[in-house]
Design a binder for this molecule. Structure first.
Ligand code: DC
Length: 203
């Protein structure tokens, strides 16, 4: 049986942590779809044509250790605005969403384009300040040399580009539940998401 949880929202709103934890609790597979775009973006930074890179994307491209950098994030947001890049990644994501045993996908267009019939759709968001602080602490802890100001600028630029592009822009699906995590601890945010999913999954 398949069961798809679509988690969308802007950068650093908590989708990744919620996705991993929800997947663990329900025994679902988890796909961080941002990693696909980061891998294509990284290959573009290597000099490859992004459309070709998306069409030729391999499992091992997702294991590069530079995908979490701010440069890879910006490159991801740029290649993600190219319709042919998005088209090349659709089939893999749709197959993942409908795999037996359930799946959680986090991204920007999961509830709107990849899996419009997802059993649960959540749009996870938080204020710019909270998201920037969380991402700053994450990057600093991982040893990246960043400032709060630069992180805020990166998030704002990417959110603007991701929301304003014509193909699959970042926006909540009409039937998504909005989960604002600005004032929530990660434990409470996860508990809210788990409650919402449990109501649908246990029926
Ligand atoms: O989730 P993330 O920050 O790792 O994503 C990096 C970029 O990839 C993001 O700025 C926009 C793009 N992206 C997208 O367009 N669609 C998705 N489903 C996931 C990510």
């Amino acid at each position: 049986m398949s069961f798809c949880v679509a988690l969308d929202g802007p950068a650093a709103a908590g989708k990744g942590t919620i996705g991993r934890e929800v997947a663990r609790r329900f025994g679902f597979a988890h796909l961080d779809t941002g990693l696909l775009y980061r891998a294509v973006g990284a290959r573009m930074l290597d000099g490859m044509d992004p459309v070709e890179a998306a069409r030729a994307l391999r499992r091992e491209d997702l294991d590069r250790d530079d995908l979490r950098s701010a440069e890879a994030a910006q490159a991801a947001s740029k290649v993600a605005a190219i319709a042919e890049v998005r088209a090349a990644l659709v089939d893999f994501q749709r197959a993942f969403a409908r795999r037996a045993g359930g799946a959680v996908l986090d991204g920007r267009d999961i509830g709107t384009v990849i899996c419009p019939d997802a059993e649960v759709k959540l749009f996870v968001t938080a204020s710019d300040e909270v998201r920037a602080e969380r991402r700053y602490l994450e990057l600093a802890a991982a040893g990246h040399d960043v400032t709060r100001q630069a992180v805020m600028e990166d998030l704002r630029q990417r959110d603007r580009r991701d929301s304003e592009r014509s193909t699959a822009p970042l926006k909540p699906a009409g039937d998504a539940r909005v989960l604002d995590t600005s004032d929530l601890s990660i434990e409470v945010a996860v508990a809210r998401a788990v409650d919402l999913i449990a109501k649908r999954y246990c029926k």
